[in-house]
Design a protein around this ligand. Structure first.
Ligand code: ARG
Length: 460
């Protein structure tokens, strides 16, 4: 089979095995839109500097628009003889408008800068989509936070009961993680905002081109100042892969907790029927498959990051064919992030919070012990270490009696340092609201935290 693109140089035709191995069309056809708008921007730039005539430009644009239409109508023939989406579109353009004009499009451009540009445009678009989905997720979390400021639940450290908190305070933790994820994506967007187009193979071109113009048409803030860097850089893809990996670290923690909290051991919440699955054998089962799948998909997004880091490691400048391996993993991570964030948000919107079970759980594990110690420090001027000892002793006595300290009616019976009035120390809501430090679990602090998040969302 004859590969027309480089037949000038070669005597022998490509082996079919090579064609198949070398082709990336199946993967990079995903970039068809970016390739077409990239080519239109390049053609406009060529026309502005006299390389193309106006009617040649018009023909090229018409041809490219027709190709876009053909692809979207499913009429375009993807043939791996054309190797990748860039060559496939260029070949089809020459079929439509003739190679006299079609053949001019690749002036002052190489596939190296073309592919870097298309890929970067895709990465920018994906950053924006994921930011939008995270924003929706934060909104859902805020709506729970507004409703559950006095829904008491235990917090955990080492997965052991720690102190009472509200469900609002708990769930807001995730909103702040997703807020940082958005900020990281915004940083990625800013770093990716420099166009590689016009870098050509690696050293620029002898034509008097106007790279700033094509950059501007494509919505880039500016151009990459060094052509060699322009074609060698894949940091923008690594940034997105890393950012998605961190998002999945966060969603995997949230999903893990949804799985634990919806189990009969906890019973803190119920995942709705519409987002639960049954078992083929056990009629009673309700399985949290959505959460498990999102937790499991963390594996592939970490893998995709490590894969591209490894591809890029120690790669000599400038373009090397290794870099063709950059796309599959990124496309996969972006799709995984999109699908997972959409379903996670839809699932979260329908969870049911079981207040009573959360409260019952607070009555195990002596959650109020720290409040008692803090009281002794604050009101009785007892050093914290001593207070810790006194309260530890009360906990030990309660355990011997088989009760939780929240069930004690008269603390004075346990240690005379406490008088009758101190009974209010053993109230969960009082414990929450006694917190004075910034960022604490108190109702007032939770309200402030919601404001911070809302202001952030408004700024987007
Ligand atoms: N399909 C290639 C890729 O995705 C396009 C770049 C090819 N450049 C080259 N010099 N062979 O990376």
């Amino acid at each position: 089979m004859k590969n027309e693109m480089w037949s000038g140089r070669f005597n022998e035709l490509s082996d079919e095995l090579l064609q198949e191995f070398n082709a990336s069309l199946d993967t990079d056809k995903n970039l068809y839109k970016e390739d077409i708008i990239g080519s239109i921007a390049h053609a406009r730039m060529l026309e502005s500097c006299g390389v193309l005539k106006k009617e040649e430009l018009d023909n090229i644009i018409k041809g490219l628009n027709q190709i876009q239409n053909e692809i979207e109508q499913g009429e375009f023939i993807f043939d791996i003889k054309n190797e990748d989406i860039h060559m496939a579109i260029e070949k089809r353009l020459s079929d439509i408008i003739g190679s006299e004009i079609g053949g001019k499009l690749h002036t002052a451009r190489s596939r190296n800068d073309q592919v870097a540009t298309d890929f970067k445009l895709f990465v920018k678009k994906s950053n924006i989509e994921i930011i939008f989905l995270l924003k929706e997720l934060i909104k859902t979390i805020i709506s729970y936070a507004k409703k559950h400021k006095t829904t008491i639940m235990p917090s955990f450290t080492h997965l052991q009961h720690a102190q009472p908190i509200s469900f609002s305070f708990y769930i807001l933790t995730y909103a702040f993680m997703f807020m940082r994820d958005i900020k990281r994506l915004q940083n990625g967007l800013e770093l990716a905002d420099y166009s590689p187009l016009g870098s050509c193979a690696c050293a620029g071109t002898s034509y008097q081109t106007n790279r700033k113009l094509s950059a501007q048409i494509l919505g880039f803030k500016d151009i990459m100042p060094n052509a060699m860097d322009g074609v060698s850089d894949r940091d923008f893809a690594l940034d997105l892969l890393y950012n998605i990996a961190v998002i999945f670290t966060h969603t995997s923690r949230l999903c893990e907790e949804m799985i634990l909290f919806s189990s009969s051991e906890y019973g803190f919440l119920t995942i709705s029927d519409s987002f639960s699955t049954g078992s083929s054998i056990m009629p009673q089962k309700r399985n949290p498959d959505v959460c498990e799948l999102i937790r499991g998909k963390t594996g592939r997004v970490y893998g995709n990051l490590i894969s591209l880091l490894t591809i890029m490691k120690a790669l000599p400048l400038a373009y090397n064919k290794d870099m063709q391996e950059d796309k599959e993993g990124l496309f996969d991570s972006v799709k995984t992030a999109r699908d997972s964030l959409v379903i996670l948000n839809a699932m979260l919107k329908k969870i049911q919070i079981n207040k009573e079970n959360m409260l019952q759980s607070c009555k195990k594990g002596h959650l109020l012990a720290t409040d008692l110690a803090d009281y002794l420090v604050r009101e009785k001027n007892i050093p914290f270490r001593k207070a810790h000892f006194i309260v530890g002793n009360i906990v030990a006595q309660a355990e011997r009696k088989g009760i939780d300290i929240s069930e004690i009616k008269d603390l004075g019976e346990f240690d005379p340092v406490f008088d009758k009035k101190t009974i209010e120390l053993l109230d969960f809501e009082n414990s929450l609201n006694s917190k004075k430090s910034e960022g604490s679990s108190s109702k007032a602090s939770v309200e402030k935290q919601i404001k911070i998040l809302e202001r952030f969302l408004d700024s987007l």
